[in-house]
Structures are given as structure tokens and as C-alpha cells.
Write a protein that binds this ligand. Structure first.
Ligand code: PEP
Ligand code: MG
Length: 950
């Protein structure tokens, strides 16, 4: 994705003419590895087709479709020309933004720029900017326009009080895309301001995406704080966007015309008074945009010019978006729509010119606005939808196939925990009665928690003690009390206060504190259930099988392994983080068993096979007995494995593989060595970064890495450099929101963009190494130049901080890295295959997807092919290959990975004895035959069936 950053800006450049400027820009793109040499021809060819001058002193030179192959990586480079460069027709450019993009990604950039383009005097400000930061601010900092249109006006809405009216205002803002869902709660905290004439004002800057103003009037007369409540303004405030509106509103009130607002019967009347966007009652026509790269600069310019030929207003909007219509005569506004091929444009014209303008503009759009367009495919008629199948609870004796998430066999009564919506009244009977109800509910929940504390171990008991503490927190109870006094029901008051407190907690920069919001919500729900008489199914006395829709990692972490015999979830996959935690706790788990499991009655007997991913409902006695016998046998095997955990892992025919541990911090190291680890195969350093409230400096990191190396006492340590970004942001490291974070700026892509962070980390690692075996690898490498850039940094630092036993490699978790393993193997010292991500990217299934991730099985033959390719390429160059994804600990995968000739398996510490034992049971020649056959299969199921037969 194209984003603007200071590192991309070169200030104070000089060019005699446009040609020289293009030359400079192209050289910059080449030098930074974004494009190949010939890209300059593309820039020139594009300018020959039409100038890339945008207005306001900005040009956006880019290549042509023919030069796309020369782009290695999407990006932009900006050059400031304070003396100006004539871009043709006397248009002077002070800032040129050279774009390297293979597709129409530059539309995104245009969208970013258009806010700035609307500013007056931008050209002059760009010319004068004295630093890259100032220039960036100019491009990004222009105020957004205040949204105020018909959808933000709600007249005569049913509301019982001020809070309900405010809630309705927040809903309007949310529906218009101005605010996030939490805005309603934020608004509850804001101090209302009386404007006079019964009009009130509320505003907040939190949870705001785009500035907007909603105006709401109540159906029946209301009062608030002993004054009439005739209408309420709710402002989602961002910058100074609302300034003009506020001035206008003051004028209206000073002139005593407030009733024109609260007595209005149409949104149009309100908007006319406030100067908002009045919905045009004008003729319109719709046309689908067919331009291959959407409404980008050239066609938009053509459209604006055509529209300017008509003497009257013409507006345009994209039907599929919530954005308001813009003037068709303004190039910058047209670009701000970001209209893409296949979207429907609506042209709206003033009645006097509509008959001429609409058909002319429509025809011009259909003909491509000066570009060749391919007709759009006709939309297939929408098939009548088959009725959704009615779900029923699985029958006794039946089995459900899910995904094997944590090995082991478990049986016990189901404890089905499904969060159902609980309805509750907003208004209470009387404050005294509601107060009494709440007190009783709080006492009952307190007593429940007492019982939980008594039967939990210390660590888990602590959690429930915290919950008890929260129940009596005066900050909560005081707020609840004042709501009760205003007539709210106990349930409404309690939930509003808990929700607001949880949101405040979630907004904290500190991840650990933010996670406590889950505790607040937990007790919030317990009390609500008690107030509404909703029975929460009691936790069974004997060890049970927990059944949930999905289990978050923190849910699993607080489970008591002594009470929870197994876990079954309806959604989720084997590499979801909850599954990883379940494995670490040693609780057998099956995930992705399907929605029907949630319909089981609590108490139904379940048998769970965490190795085969199977759940049997009310199993027949003989099946249960067989399974329990298998469990006991497994138990014995594990005990035997434990006894031999410190011995090497060697197949029966003498082939040795290394079994290493995956860890996330330095504290668990003793345990890891005690479990038999021969080294650490994956230190996930992002977990170290996440444990700090700000980026740890070199010394802090060095101390942490030193602790790990000390604990390993000469065993090798494989460290992965910081793997954040995408779905794993660091709270103190703001990263722009992305539509597809898994395909976005994450792993090494991100650290290469912030070289200081990477340099600090590498420096700390090299300093900590002394003479001990250190292996450094980079996550998410998908391109050879990424590896080279990262490696170059290590080489540079290595001169300064020599390390005797250092190897540098990459993680293979993007299919392109496996496909280019031949080229990469010549340069790296080793590969470590991250099968979790490799599976997600190969099968195009989000590893945390609620329903699909169940199919993201690392034993899929497509993934195995990539592993095979990687190993062959590495061995041809004498390099070693490890597997550090969850697949390495899957009992059905171990022999197969041996057969693919993987040299090292890195697994969670708990799995080490078992994985070593599995290696000892195998022999290499059989494993090789198994692997060859597996590569020929057509599905993961077929591979698993094959392994069972072997
Ligand atoms: C992987 O992707 O397999 C891996 C080991 O990395 P992570 O699970 O931390 O993304
Ligand atoms: Mg990964």
C-alpha cells in the first residue's frame, strides 16, 4: 500500500526542467531498489500521454502499463523543488511524487492527497517547507470537511431521556461512518452544554474517524437538568472542521431562530438553516465505471473539463460508498472519491442543464473518458437463495470432525458456554427498588466467585479475587448510583457504566492493562445475567469438556487444566493462538467442529480425540473404553518419552534431527532445557517488545538476549527479528490501519521501513552473543531484495561487533520465498519454515478465520510441496532447514517432515519429549517413502489418512 513517510522525501532538490526532474526521480527509485533501470522511459512515456500535474504545485509522475514489469516493490519517493520545475503549460511543480506501482495503487495516494489539494496556498507552502516533517504535515494535515447531511438529521425520534437521545445521535454518526462503535459510550462521558431555547450540545473527539454533526429531536417533550430538551447536537469532532458550522449556529441562536431547528419537519429544513449538504432534488443518471484503473487522474481530468462546459452545478457520487456527492467540476474532489472499475457513479445535475449535461457526461464515461475500456461483464442474475439449513444438535453416538489442535484424549460432560444476548429494560421501577435488585445481584455474584476461588488454584483464584474487587469498586458503584437516581433500570445503569469503564480500559496504551477490559466485561455479564434471572450453566464438579464458539488466548490462559479435561470450539483453526496456548497447557483440543456443537445440552457426555480432531457425542460404552485405554497408553508413552527427553532424537536407522524449543521470552528458559530442548529454534522477539510499554532500548534488549543465551549454556539460539505489524501491532508503534493486514506492512517489510529499530535489535543481539552460537532470521521475507537489505545491515554491524559463531537466515513463510529457495539458498546460512503463515498464504485462508481456518492444515500437499522444494534447494547448497510452525509438533506430521529431510524441528517446550520419541520410532527410509507418497495426494485429509495407514 502506498503511504507517505518522511524517509521517502528528498528536500531542496534542483532541476532545470521536467526532463531533468524525471531523471532525478527515476534514479532515486532505482537506487532504493523499487524499480529497474528502464523505469525512466516509463515516466517519460506517461508524461507524453498527458501531464501528471495535479494542481497546487504537485505532480505525480508514474510509469505506464508497459513498464510495470520493472517495478520490484510498490512505493513512492518525493522530491521538493523549491525553485519550481515547469511541468508544461506554465504549470510549476514544487513537489514531485514519483510512484512505483504495478497496479492502480496510486488511487489510494490520490485519495490521501486530495484533502491537501483542496487547501488554498498549498503550492506556496510546499515550496517553503523547510523540513520533510513539515512537508508531510502539509500533505496529510489538511482538515477534513464536516459531514452534515440528511442521514445525520433525526427528527421526532422516540426517546425517553437525554441519554437515549444522545445514543440515537451517536448511532446516526456511526451509520454515516463518522465514528466507531464506542462513540456512544464516549459521548455518555461528555459534559452536555445548554445552547438556549432547549437546544443542547454534546461533543467528543474520541473514537472519531471523520468529523460529523448529528442533530436529533425527541418525539415527545423532554426535560433535562430542569430545562427543556428540544433538540440535541452531537458532534464527532476532529480538528477545526466544525468551526464554520459553529459560527453559523451562534448566529441562528442570537437571531432567536432556534425553533426553526427543533420544530423542523424535514431534514432539508434543518440543513438549510445550518448550511449542511442539502439533498438535491435534481435529475440524475447512473453509469458503471469501466476504466481499468478507476477514476484516476487522467479520466477524472477529462470528466472535470467536460463538466465545466455546462453552466450549472453537476455532482457525482459513488453509489457503493457512503461518501457524499462531490462537484464533477473539481478534479481533486473527483479523485477523492477513489472510484474503482465496476462501481456505479451517480451523476446529479441542476434541472436547467440536466437534459443536456447528463446524457453527454454519461456517454463520455461509458466511452472511457479518453481511455480504452473493456466492457464490464454482465452481472449474473441473482439466484434465489436456498434456505439456510436448520441446525440441530448432533445426535448421541455421532462424531464430528474438526481440526486437531492439541493432542490427547479427553472425556467428560460438556460445559457449553455460549454468550446469548440478554434483553433488559432501560427504565426501572423506582430508584429504591432498582438499587435493591442490584445489591442482591452483586451479593449473589460475589458468593459465586467465593465458590470459584475455593476450588481454584492460587493463580486462577487471583483472577476471581480481582473480579470480586471490581464488583465493589466505588468508581463503578458511584456512577451506577447516579444513573439509578435518574430512573434507569439496575441492568441498564450497570451495563452502561461497566461498558464505559471497559472501553476506557481498552483505550489504554498498555496492552496488559487494556486486557483487563475482558475482566470487566466478564463481571458485567455475570451481574447482568443475575439481574435478569438468566441461568448461567454451572461449572460441572468433575473434569469437563469446555464447548465454546471460539476461545481467546486469554480465556485459555485462565483455564484450570485440573478441571478442564478438553476444549472443543465451533470455529478456529490449528494455528489460531488459542490452539497454541491449549497445546502449551497440555489440554487436548479440537477446534472448528462446527456451529452445531453449540446446540448440545450442557452435561452431554463427550469424547474428544485431540490428535485426530474428532469429537464423539455420548459415546457408546465400548468406544469410550477403547479411547480411555488409548489415553492411558498415550500417558505411558509420554512418561517413557519424558524419561528419555535429554537423549538425542535419532531414527531407528540412525538419522538424527535436532529438536529445539519455541519461546517468547527469557523467563521460561530453565523449563525449556529441563524439557529436553537441544536449543531454541524460534525466539519470538515481538513478545519481548510487547512486554514493554515502550520500545526496549539496546541495553534492555541485550540483557534479555543474554539471559536466554546464558540459560542455553552453549546450545544454539535461533532468534527471529521483530515480527510485528499487520494483525500484531505494538501499542507504542502506530501503524496505519490496513484493509488486509496479513498482506500488509508486517515482519521484515516493516522493520526495513524503520531501520533504526532493526539496527538496535541486531546490535543488542550481536553484543549479547559473545562466542556462543547465535542464529538470526528475518520473518516474512517474500523478496530477495528484502533478505539482501536485512543481511547487509547485519554485515555492517558485524564489522563493529564481531561475533564468532553467527549464522543468518530467513523464515520461509511466504510461498514466494519457498519458490525462490534455489536463489535464496545460495546466500542464506539456513531456512526455518514457518508453516503457520506458509499454510495461510498458500491456501489463502486467514489463520484466524472463524470458519475457514479449520481447513488451513499444514499437511496439505501444496504446503508439503513448498517444504520439499525448500529442503532440496537448501541441501543442494549445503544449508540446513528447520520447521518452527505448529506442524512440527503434530504427531501425524513428524515422520513426514523427517521423510522430507528437514534437519531441525522447533516446537513448544511441552511437546519436545513426545516429538523426540516419535522420531525414535520412525525410520528414515520408510519416512522418505511416506513423504513421496504424501506429495502425490490431493488434499490434507488424504495425507492424514495415508499417515494413519503407514
Ligand atoms: C509461523 O508462521 O509458522 C511462525 C512460526 O510464526 P508465527 O506463528 O509467530 O507467525
Ligand atoms: Mg509467522
Amino acid at each position: 500500500m502506498l503511504e507517505l513517510a518522511v524517509e521517502q522525501i528528498a528536500m531542496g532538490q534542483k532541476a532545470a526542467d521536467k526532463n531533468q526532474a524525471l531523471h532525478l526521480l527515476a534514479s532515486h527509485l532505482v537506487a532504493d531498489g523499487l524499480v529497474a533501470e528502464g523505469y525512466l522511459d516509463g515516466l517519460r512515456a506517461r508524461e507524453a500521454q498527458g501531464s501528471t500535474f495535479l494542481g497546487q504545485g504537485i505532480a505525480i509522475p508514474h510509469g505506464t502499463p508497459q513498464t510495470r514489469e520493472l517495478v520490484f516493490s510498490t512505493g513512492v519517493r518525493l522530491m521538493q523543488f523549491p525553485e519550481g520545475v515547469d511541468w508544461g503549460d506554465g504549470q510549476i511543480v514544487y513537489l514531485a511524487i514519483a510512484i512505483a506501482a504495478r497496479s492502480d495503487e496510486h488511487l489510494r495516494l490520490l485519495q490521501l492527497l486530495t484533502r491537501a489539494l483542496g487547501e488554498t496556498d498549498l503550492a506556496e507552502a510546499l515550496r517553503r517547507a523547510s523540513s520533510a516533517e513539515a512537508l508531510l504535515k502539509l500533505l496529510q494535515g489538511a482538515p477534513q470537511a464536516l459531514a452534515l447531511d440528511a442521514q445525520l438529521v433525526g427528527l421526532n425520534l422516540p426517546a425517553e431521556d437525554f441519554d437515549e437521545l444522545a445514543w440515537r445521535g451517536a448511532r446516526l454518526l456511526q451509520r454515516a461512518g463518522c465514528v466507531d462503535a464506542g462513540f456512544a459510550a464516549v459521548l455518555q462521558q461528555a459534559e452536555p452544554l445548554p445552547l438556549g431555547e432547549g437546544l443542547w450540545w454534546l461533543h467528543s473527539e474520541r473514537q472519531v474517524r471523520q468529523p460529523g454533526l448529528a442533530f436529533i429531536t425527541p418525539q415527545q417533550p423532554l426535560r433535562y437538568r430542569d430545562q427543556p430538551l428540544n433538540g440535541l447536537f452531537c458532534l464527532a469532532s476532529l480538528g477545526a472542521a466544525h468551526q464554520a458550522l459553529l459560527e453559523r449556529l451562534c448566529e441562528v441562536l442570537i437571531e432567536g431562530r432556534g425553533q426553526m431547528l427543533y420544530q423542523a419537519t424535514s431534514s432539508r429544513a434543518v440543513l438549510e438553516v445550518l448550511g449542511g449538504e442539502v439533498p438535491a432534488d435534481w435529475p440524475s443518471t447512473q453509469v458503471m465505471l469501466a476504466n481499468p484503473h478507476g477514476l484516476h487522474a487522467r479520466p477524472a481530468k477529462e470528466l472535470a473539463q467536460l463538466a465545466k462546459g455546462f453552466d450549472g452545478e453537476i455532482r457525482l457520487r459513488v453509489l457503493e460508498s457512503a461518501e457524499p456527492a462531490v462537484s464533477a467540476k473539481s478534479l481533486s474532489q473527483l479523485l477523492s472519491l477513489g472510484a474503482r472499475r465496476g462501481q456505479t457513479l451517480e451523476l446529479i445535475a441542476e434541472p436547467a442543464i440536466a437534459a443536456d449535461a447528463l446524457p453527454a457526461l454519461r456517454a463520455a464515461i461509458e466511452q472511457g473518458l479518453g481511455e480504452d475500456v473493456e466492457p464490464l461483464p454482465h452481472a449474473a442474475p441473482v439466484e434465489a437463495q436456498a434456505p439456510a439449513p436448520v441446525l440441530a444438535a448432533p445426535a448421541a453416538g455421532s462424531s464430528l470432525q474438526g481440526v486437531a489442535a492439541a493432542p490427547g484424549i479427553a472425556s467428560g460432560p460438556a460445559h457449553v458456554c455460549v454468550e446469548r444476548e440478554i434483553d433488559y429494560p432501560l427504565r426501572g421501577e423506582s430508584p429504591a427498588q432498582e438499587r435493591q435488585k442490584l445489591r442482591a445481584a452483586l451479593e449473589a455474584v460475589h458468593a459465586d466467585l467465593d465458590a470459584l476461588i475455593k476450588r481454584s488454584d492460587k493463580a486462577i483464584g487471583e483472577i476471581f479475587l480481582t473480579h470480586q474487587e471490581m464488583l465493589g469498586d466505588p468508581a463503578l458503584t458511584d456512577d451506577v448510583e447516579s444513573r439509578l437516581a435518574q430512573g434507569e433500570s439496575a441492568a441498564a445503569a450497570w451495563m452502561a457504566v461497566v461498558d464505559a469503564a471497559a472501553r476506557r480500559q481498552e483505550a489504554l496504551q498498555d496492552t496488559l492493562l487494556a486486557e483487563r477490559a475482558a475482566d470487566l466485561r466478564d463481571i458485567g455479564r455475570r451481574v447482568l445475567a443475575q439481574l435478569c434471572g438468566v441461568q448461567q450453566s454451572a461449572e460441572p464438579e468433575q473434569p469437563y469438556v469446555l464447548v465454546m464458539a471460539e476461545v481467546g488466548p486469554s480465556d485459555v490462559a485462565r483455564l484450570d487444566p485440573a478441571r478442564v479435561a478438553g476444549i472443543v470450539t465451533a470455529h478456529g483453526g490449528a494455528t489460531a493462538h488459542s490452539a497454541i496456548v491449549a497445546r502449551a497447557l497440555g489440554i487436548p483440543a479440537v477446534v472448528g467442529a462446527g456451529e452445531s456443537i453449540l446446540l448440545l445440552a450442557s452435561g452431554t457426555a463427550l469424547l474428544l480425540d485431540g490428535q485426530r480432531g474428532r469429537v464423539t457425542i455420548a459415546p457408546p460404552a465400548d468406544e469410550l473404553q477403547r479411547a480411555l485405554a488409548e489415553r492411558d497408553a498415550r500417558e505411558q508413552r509420554l512418561q517413557a518419552a519424558w524419561a528419555k527427553r535429554h537423549e538425542p532424537a535419532q531414527t531407528r536407522d540412525g538419522h538424527a534431527v535436532e529438536v529445539f524449543a519455541n519461546i517468547g521470552d527469557s523467563s521460561s528458559l530453565d523449563k525449556v532445557v529441563e524439557q529436553g530442548a537441544e536449543g531454541v529454534g524460534l525466539l519470538r522477539t515481538e513478545l519481548i517488545f510487547m512486554a514493554h510499554s515502550q520500545a526496549p532500548d539496546v541495553a534492555t534488549q541485550e540483557a534479555e538476549y543474554r539471559r536466554v543465551l546464558d540459560g542455553l549454556a552453549g546450545r544454539p539460539l535461533v532468534v527471529r527479528t521483530l515480527d510485528v505489524g499487520g494483525d500484531k501491532p505494538l501499542p507504542y508503534w502506530p501503524i496505519a490501519a490496513e484493509e488486509n493486514p496479513f498482506l500488509g506492512v508486517r515482519g521484515v517489510r516493516l522493520t526495513l521501513q524503520r531501520p533504526q529499530i532493526m539496527e538496535d535489535q541486531l546490535r543488542a543481539l550481536l553484543r549479547a552473543a559473545d562466542d556462543r552460537p547465535l542464529r538470526i532470521m528475518f520473518p516474512m521475507v517474500g523478496q530477495v531484495h528484502e533478505w539482501r537489505a536485512a543481511k547487509a545491515m547485519v554485515e555492517r554491524l558485524r564489522i563493529e561487533i564481531p561475533v564468532r559463531d553467527l549464522q543468518v537466515g530467513i523464515m520461509v513463510e511466504v510461498p514466494s520465498a519457498a519458490l525462490l529457495a534455489g536463489q535464496l539458498a545460495r546466500e542464506v546460512d539456513f531456512f526455518s519454515i514457518g508453516t503457520n503463515d506458509l499454510t495461510q498464504y498458500t491456501l489463502a485462508i486467514d489463520r484466524g478465520h472463524p470458519s475457514l481456518s479449520a481447513q488451513a492444515d499444514g499437511l496439505h500437499p501444496a504446503v508439503l510441496q513448498l517444504i520439499d522444494m525448500t529442503v532440496r534447494a537448501a541441501h543442494a547448497q549445503g544449508k540446513w532447514v528447520g520447521v518452527c510452525g505448529e506442524l512440527a509438533a503434530d504427531p501425524q506430521a513428524v515422520a513426514l517432515l523427517l521423510g522430507l529431510e528437514v534437519d531441525e524441528l522447533s516446537v513448544s517446550a511441552r511437546s519436545i519429549p513426545e516429538v523426540k520419541a516419535l522420531v525414535r520410532q520412525a525410520d528414515l527410509s520408510t519416512a522418505r517413502a511416506l513423504a513421496r507418497e504424501a506429495l502425490q495426494q490431493d488434499s490434507a485429509e488424504a495425507v492424514r489418512a495415508l499417515v494413519e495407514r503407514y
